[in-house]
Design a binder for this molecule. Sequence first.
Ligand code: DHB
Length: 357
Amino acid sequence: MTLDISTTIGNIKLYSPFLNASGCWCYSYKELEDMRHCQSGAYVSKTITMLPRDGNPEPRLFYDVNLSVNSMGLPNMGYAAYTHYSLTTKERQKPFFLSISTMDLKDTHQMMNMIAMTHLDTNVKGVEFNVSCPNIIGKGQMGYDIEQLKNFLDLLSESKLSEISRNDIAIGLKMSPYFDKYQFQTVADIIKDYPRLDFLTCINGIGNGLVIDNVKEESVIAPNNGRGGLGGSIVKPTGLANVKTFKRLLGDKVDIIGCGGVSDGMDAFEYFLAGASAVSVGTQLLRETPLAFGRLNQELITIMEDKKYASIVEFSNKLNIDEDIKIETQKRKEAEQNKELEQIKKRNAYDLSYAMC
Ligand code: DHB
């Protein structure tokens, strides 16, 4: 059996469904080159602001076997440096996605238009707008502010970037983690109105976590009163639920990149079942370096061989029966039973009146 682990994000083809989560192994030229040459299917930059930023004071990142917590504060080399990188990356064997900050909408608008102007001379095949950074001191997440989110999407749909063909650039959003049913519905209703969105990445870190070093009796990170975005296996159930819910609400309108707690092939397989088309790796990439991608590809191939799947589409979004579908099926059954009951009653009444004649 020939086994194919390729996938697509929008109309962009990836030869492996794994990529780095923005923020992990993607700050410097050296890290980006490591990513370009490893066995991931694509790679994403650190979230970019117009001007370079140093970010928050150290210590600002911690990880162990269970989790990660960070309050980096958007350190990055600035838009010009990442554009320079993408212009000089001549061997275009792998799609490169830019993660773009939405912290300052004037800057974001300018970056949208500049990406549109330069994209043909670069290996940029996707733009992921980060509407969910949990670490900007004094700023809430756009993903939790519906009006702000709408304003941003209006800006995006009027930008030159939205005029670029889907075959050339996939456009998506890095989403906040949601926890409430009505929140999902509200956000999905907004997203439905914007035709030029190709993908959602679900989820960003769960914001404002506190991880305590109980020997030193202090938080493991310094900024933001010791609070930061959580990642690692502890966030996987929330990540899976966000992928599943947005896939159910939005169907084929967007592809979903699953993100949160992927450290082996089976984690990825679960994200595909929930509805993801690709999977990004964050905390595990910090632990293992980009060599992780060779292992992850191999583990996914072994799972597919064991389960006799030849391609990812055969099991993507195929989690066994939705709760909602179960309820609908139950209701339909009850309606059918009621109808039958009515018919029996009618027949009995008829029989009775016939017998009395
Ligand atoms: C940072 C953290 C994030 O979770 C993110 O999506 C972008 C930036 C940061 O603190 O640098």
